[in-house]
Design a protein around this ligand. Structure first.
Ligand SMILES: NC(=O)c1ccc[n+]([C@@H]2O[C@H](COP(=O)([O-])OP(=O)(O)OC[C@H]3O[C@@H](n4cnc5c(N)ncnc54)[C@H](O)[C@@H]3O)[C@@H](O)[C@H]2O)c1
Length: 376
């Protein structure tokens, strides 16, 4: 297995082990079909790591992630570890991984599969052609700026958050957005609040400078409030959206609603480090640990399976296997296979096969086409 791709799996808490287990089966199946090998290793993070080691993730486990080609994560957190005043909390694992591995860009693609149009709260005609990518800055801005906690006498209390950005942080993510737009529809919308915020005006200036190097990409600026409105009124008008940490956090959750279920959407967090095969990254579904359905084989694994497809494409350079997984997911949905979340949101249940996590992964595996030339 010396030339195998090295992937660290972090199942985490709640439904994490179920959806990561499902995605691993799909990756192993596609690897066999396409003739390559994957060497998996497991890392504990989140509540399970607090129980086992007393910390959300051990430094040596962050190192194991750093030495891999990519990381596939489920979700962390749950009621057993939810005391906000505790000094050890599951989400510390996410900050340790993002910060420790230099993952400054979070990518969330949002597409709406035609057979799921009825599952979205938006009218189907608004969703026609939705294919957008949110590129969120992940390691700067107000989440990382200096802060002063609430203090003072009642009636006089105050608190302070600060939102620092350096042009280096803006430049690298706008460049990434423009590079990604080149393999899509060639349009980038940079979102800010430049009529109020100084950091937003820095973002605009640096974005315009970067845009000069990308004459083939149409770069536009948009205020975050109008962007939030257009995401539900004309979502198909967007291609790549690039924005700072706080705005990206909010807009990416808003955009996730378009797809009908939290369980459908993948994400990638990337840094600058390249591996022998692509760019190092951490891949995870956008949903949390869903403690209400954990351990019941009810979670939708598609967000994690599509995250694994992103991993194969971006970190391992296996566009062929990634595309095969995405096509197989599409076929399973076309054939009526639905997990509970999608069935609950559907207008009609005629022709639907409502299944659990394991059976949905099996349905995807059964629809993986053999690569051209190897088909029997
Ligand atoms: N990146 C992460 O690890 C991450 C992200 C968000 C929340 N969390 C943690 O997860 C825990 C639960 O958070 P929450 O309830 O706000 O969000 P959640 O995403 O876990 O769940 C919200 C709702 O969506 C449903 N849901 C989520 N994923 C699903 C799936 N794959 N299939 C079907 N239904 C699904 C859940 O059952 C629940 O009803 C908290 O401890 C939170 O801190 C972790």
């Amino acid at each position: 297995m010396s030339d195998a791709y090295r992937i660290v799996a972090i199942p985490g808490d709640g439904v994490g082990p179920e959806v990561v287990g499902a995605a691993r089966r799909v990756v192993d199946a596609v690897a066999e079909a396409f003739g390559f090998a994957v060497a998996w290793s497991d890392v504990a993070a989140g509540g399970v790591a607090i129980d086992a080691h007393g910390v959300a993730i051990r430094p040596e486990d962050v190192e194991r992630c750093r030495n891999a080609d990519a990381v596939l994560l489920g979700a962390v957190g749950g009621p057993a570890w939810s005391d906000p005043s505790s000094s050890v909390r599951p989400e510390q694992a996410l900050f340790a991984l993002r910060g420790g591995l230099g993952l400054f860009a979070n990518l969330r693609p949002v597409t709406v599969h035609p057979s799921l149009l009825g599952a979205s709260p938006l009218r189907p005609e608004l969703l026609d052609g939705v294919d957008l990518l949110i590129v969120r800055e992940l390691t700067g801005g107000i989440y990382f700026g200096d802060r002063t906690e609430p203090a003072g006498e009642p009636g006089e209390r105050s608190a302070l958050d600060t939102m620092p950005y350096h042009e280096r942080e803006v430049r690298r993510i706008v460049r990434l957005a423009c590079d990604l737009a080149r393999s899509r529809r060639g349009r980038v919308t940079q979102v800010d609040k430049a009529n109020v915020l100084a950091t937003s005006r820095l973002w605009r200036t640096v974005t315009d400078e970067v845009a000069r190097d990308y004459p083939d990409v149409a770069v536009a600026h948009q205020l975050v409030d109008s962007c939030a409105m257009l995401l539900v009124r004309r979502p198909a008008s967007f291609d790549v959206i690039v924005t700072e940490n706080l705005f990206g956090d909010i807009l990416s959750d808003e955009a996730a609603v378009l797809a009908g279920s939290l369980g459908m959407l993948p994400s990638a967090s990337l840094g600058e480090r390249r591996t022998a095969h692509g760019v190092f990254g951490l891949y995870e579904p956008i949903h949390g640990s869903a403690p209400d359905i954990a351990g019941q084989d009810r979670a939708n694994p598609i967000g994690t399976i599509l995250s694994a497809a992103m991993l194969l494409r971006m970190s391992l350079g296996r566009e062929d296997a990634a595309a095969a997984i995405e096509a197989a997911v599409g076929r399973a949905l076309d054939d009526g296979w639905r997990t509970m979340d999608l069935a609950d949101a559907a207008d009609a249940h005629d022709g639907l096969v409502v299944v659990g996590t394991t059976a949905m992964a099996t349905a995807v595996i059964q629809r993986l086409a053999a690569p051209v030339g190897l088909a029997s």
